[in-house]
Ligand binder design. Structure first.
Ligand SMILES: Nc1ncnc2c1ncn2[C@@H]1O[C@H](COP(=O)(O)OP(=O)(O)OP(=O)(O)O)[C@@H](O)[C@H]1O
Ligand SMILES: [Mg+2]
Length: 362
């Protein structure tokens, strides 16, 4: 997947701007606050129709103007698309090849992107809830049916919790709800397990290349259930039977995939406790590169990789390793305040986009 051109109008700090990109590595160079992240955000918007920085679309409209327009030419699934998005007080409008899209699902996902921003360190430092969200979002991108079963599960969990709070509880009805909840979970557990195990293999490879062969990272799926049980369905039903009184007493479901987590470790020790800043960044980066491979395996094309501020905490060797690893099969955008520390070979191969203060150049 490639984006070849981007035109911005009244988007963040860009009154009007036009960019052409290389199908390989694009290095976006500029001082702080000049609009590097804004450019990455615009590309992301063309894929997901949402920002990774804000939920409020009008925040992206340039101050004192009434709308923002983002247009991009992209190649995906052996076809060419002209994507257009307009943001204003009235909401957002999306066009594909000049045709207005009424459903956002017709626009979202024409191009796939994987984005890395410093906020992604939540994968290591954040709460289990954030890591579960990561799994759910990535799995939903890989398969519609995951999202379907996940919604079914969420609905059943809500219903069961509500029922547990009711005055009189019919054990037969509670069993029916529990049994349905278990069936949905068996599907989701299998998907999460397989996703994390593939992620683990790919992330380990990427980490060894960026960081060092001597360090090794792992990501493992953490479930409250005993996943080694020979009959998993029976084992889950047994867990719920065992917890029944406690669930009724507290009016909530104590066990389930809504308590899952990911354990991220470096040399077998929990990364959030023992890994340095640079190591944590390298781990998250390795996870993102692993995602590229998982998406490729699923849809047969590499997504576009957006790396914002990834270089600032990597030492020169890691920077060079990272940029070497990004081959020409993956179109990459990488922001930096300076080209220092990047090897000459990398710089000469990459396409450089210099961003200066818009206010000065206007
Ligand atoms: N809606 C908006 N209208 C006009 N300018 C905006 C808007 N939103 C943000 N900006 C401006 O955009 C600039 C920030 O751009 P951006 O975040 O892309 O910087 P950056 O180049 O990534 O900087 P850094 O190196 O610090 O990450 C700021 O000067 C900010 O005031
Ligand atoms: Mg930035």
């Amino acid at each position: 997947m490639r984006i070849s051109q981007l035109t911005l109008r009244q988007f963040r700090n860009y009154p009007k701007a036009h960019f052409q990109f290389s199908p390989g590595t694009n290095v976006i160079v500029g001082q702080n606050a000049n609009g590097k992240t804004n450019l990455i955000e615009a590309i992301y918007l063309l894929s997901v129709a949402k920002s990774f920085r804000t939920r409020i679309n009008t925040e992206m409209v340039m101050f004192d103007t009434s709308f923002a327009k983002i247009e991009g030419d992209v190649d995906a699934h052996s076809r060419h698309y002209h994507l257009e998005m307009v943001l204003s007080q009235e909401g957002k409008r999306a066009k594909v090849n000049g045709h207005e899209m009424t459903k956002s699902s017709d626009f979202v996902g024409i191009i796939n992107v994987v984005v890395f921003t410093p906020d992604d360190l939540f994968l290591i430092k954040g709460s289990p809830r954030e890591r579960r969200r990561f799994m759910d979002i990535e799995l939903s991108k890989l398969s519609n049916s995951y999202l379907y079963h996940f919604n079914q599960f969420s609905h059943l969990l809500k219903e069961r919790n509500l029922y547990l709070k009711s005055e009189k509880i019919d054990p037969v009805y509670l069993d029916v709800l529990t049994s349905q909840l278990v069936d949905e979970q068996l599907i989701l557990i299998a998907r999460r397990e397989s996703f994390v195990s593939k992620l683990n293999v790919e992330a380990q490879k990427a980490y060894a290349r960026i960081a060092s062969q001597k360090e090794s990272m792992t990501v493992t799926y953490q479930s409250g259930f005993d996943l080694t049980a020979s009959d998993l369905r029976q084992s889950l039903m047994h867990t719920y039977a065992h917890d029944r009184e406690r669930d009724i007493r507290f009016g909530m479901t104590h066990h389930g995939i809504h308590k899952d987590d990911l354990m991220i470790a470096l040399n077998e020790r929990e990364a959030h406790l023992y890994a340095s800043q640079g190591q944590q960044r390298s781990i998250v980066l390795a996870l993102k590169i692993a995602l590229l491979q998982l998406i490729f395996d699923e849809i047969g094309e590499y997504p576009i990789l957006l790396l914002d501020d990834v270089l600032s905490e990597l030492d020169d060797r890691r920077k060079t390793m990272l940029l070497d690893l990004l081959n020409d099969k993956i179109q990459t955008f990488i922001t930096t305040t300076s080209l220092e520390g990047l090897s000459h070979q990398v710089i000469s191969r990459a396409y450089k986009i210099e961003i200066r203060n818009r206010k000065e150049s206007r």
